[in-house]
Design a protein around this ligand. Sequence first.
Ligand code: DP6
Length: 326
Amino acid sequence: MNEKRAVVRAHANIALAKYWGKADIARNLPAVPSLSLTLENMRTTTEVWFSSELAADELVLGGKPQLGKPLARAAKLLSEVRALAGVDTFARVRSHNDFPTASGLASSASGFAALALAAVRALDLPVPVERVSALSRAASASAARSVFGGFVELGASAESAARVAPPEHWPLCMLVAVTSEVAKDTGSTDGMQHTASTSPYYPAWVADAPRLFTEVKAAVLAKDFARLAPAAEQSALAMHASMLAASPALIYFRPATLAVIEAVRAARRSGVAACFTIDAGPHVKVLVEPQHVAAMKRALSDVEGVLRVLESTPGPDAAQIAEFPE
Ligand code: DP6
């Protein structure tokens, strides 16, 4: 083989029913079912270039060459794709996120979904999309969901994600109140392991998460915001409660995180259809019905500590594109 190349764009996703904890650490299978919304305006673009001229895999993220853990994680995924294709050629990977990375903004989800699909396409592997989702999931479980657009589920112990409804099913808007530009201290994988091994509330989280997932899924299918809001918020807060009870405590909240929660609750009291969710970082994601976007965005921008507010509609499947934007 001489040269093979593909460029893919994948979109970040935000879970409305959260994944936190592993049923199988070695295979990276999730302990609980999750359901997410893929976002139009938070994108990773990745080029994978397999070449017999390379002596090792290379990874450049946002223009910066990566070594250590990030390179090892990418190389592991590339090796799985190489094994499927029966080749041993190394690859050069270039990737760019158009949103802040590694601070709880789901960059690993769109990143590994883009990498898996680009590697598969570069090598012309005739594998179904479920297989691409499974390859992504082995690298980062939330990435399994970014292979699909719209509303997406990943079952407990599931190998791959599945679409619940397409993006046009429910034209909700996701506002992201960004409260920090710095990378978080504890990544999701380490945070989950720490929670599972030290938090007395972890078993309670795992026991109750399927109920919250079922409720979120039913609300999404019925497009019932009044039903979705309490279930989605409880899923996020129950997940964080399990982290708060870890030893030492895992606290991703910043003062601005709580201030945004307050702003969302106040807006809801005044009739705005909005609810919040929070991942392993200090930002708050606010799901809002289209007619209330402008009011909610203004309210979030006024909160002290909110640096900026990103806005996104439901986004599409990960897909190949012609060129890596220079
Ligand atoms: C809080 O998918 O990043 O965003 O599988 O260890 O890579 P690994 O974890 P990751 O965890 C995401 C956790 C979350 C909730 C969610 O997206 O469901």
